[in-house]
Design a binder for this molecule. Structure first.
Ligand code: BEZ
Length: 257
């Protein structure tokens, strides 16, 4: 089972043009407040940059990700850290953790109940879960227009692809409470995110994160579709000569009862 729905990950493109994912995650580490000697799991660690920063505090950290390509890259960049290929819905360790940290990953996990069960199982009582994920309304303009353009081109099945789960704050905190967590902090806020490429920002973003929308579409047909999607969000996502993703984040700190 994949942590990240149907997506083949290009770790090089991620490092090259989408490093904002882990750069924005840096202040989530302040919320985690890792202590020397604590056992911490970085769930969905990608190429390992935040795992590395957590390790600098003296915490004993392990990074997991369902993408072998991401873990391969992480292990090369940070050879002293323990990285493993494991899914958010099916990971196993003999010991429990003091904290589980997850940045920009849990919206990929459609089977959220199983993931939360797995997280709960691996936290000690009193252990904390610190997460950031896309919340309700996240990148909605890109998603809506991708579906519209695919439909216009006759790719009806592709247009119905379900890739992400962007819950409201009430929905996700209720789920956590149901699974035995107490919510210490929760916030749902706008974070417009500048995309690196001033010409092809939206097209690059979709190529990186939304490639599953284009399953089985001939390569020659993908570029015009991407071009049309990018133009259709120009009025909402382009300003001051830059492309933006209209991100809406959920940040939560919860403690296992
Ligand atoms: C996000 O971090 O909100 C996100 C990233 C990639 C695809 C969808 C959402």
């Amino acid at each position: 089972m994949q942590t990240r729905t149907n997506t083949s990950w290009n770790a090089a493109l991620y490092e090259d043009k989408h490093s904002f994912v882990f750069k924005y995650g840096e202040d989530l580490i302040s919320m985690l407040a890792p202590q020397a000697g604590e056992r911490i799991l970085d769930l969905g660690c990608g190429t390992g940059h935040l795992t590395h920063q957590i390790s600098l505090t003296g915490a004993r950290v392990t990074g997991i990700d369902s993408s072998a390509s991401m873990i391969g890259k992480a292990s090369v960049i940070f050879p002293d850290i323990d990285f493993r290929v494991m899914s958010a819905t099916d990971f196993h360790f003999d010991e429990s953790f003091d904290a589980i940290f997850s940045n920009a990953v849990l919206h990929w996990v459609l089977d959220k109940e199983t993931a939360i069960d797995c997280i709960t199982h691996h936290l000690r009582p009193g252990g904390r879960l610190v997460l950031e994920m896309g919340g309700k309304g996240n990148v909605e303009d890109i998603v809506v227009n991708t579906r519209k353009v695919l439909t216009r081109h006759g790719y009806y099945k592709n247009a119905t692809t379900q890739l992400w789960y962007f819950p409201s704050l009430g929905e996700y905190t209720s789920l956590l409470e149901k699974k035995g967590f107490r919510i210490n902090y929760a916030s749902h806020y706008d974070r417009p995110t500048e995309l690196q490429d001033t010409e092809n920002g939206i097209k690059d973003w979709i190529r990186m994160f939304g490639n599953a929308f284009f399953k089985d579409i001939p390569q020659k047909d993908i570029d015009p579709v991407l071009e049309e999607i990018q133009e259709s969000v120009r009025s909402t996502n382009y300003r001051n000569h830059k492309w933006y993703g209209n991100y809406k984040r959920l940040r939560i700190e919860a403690v296992k009862n």
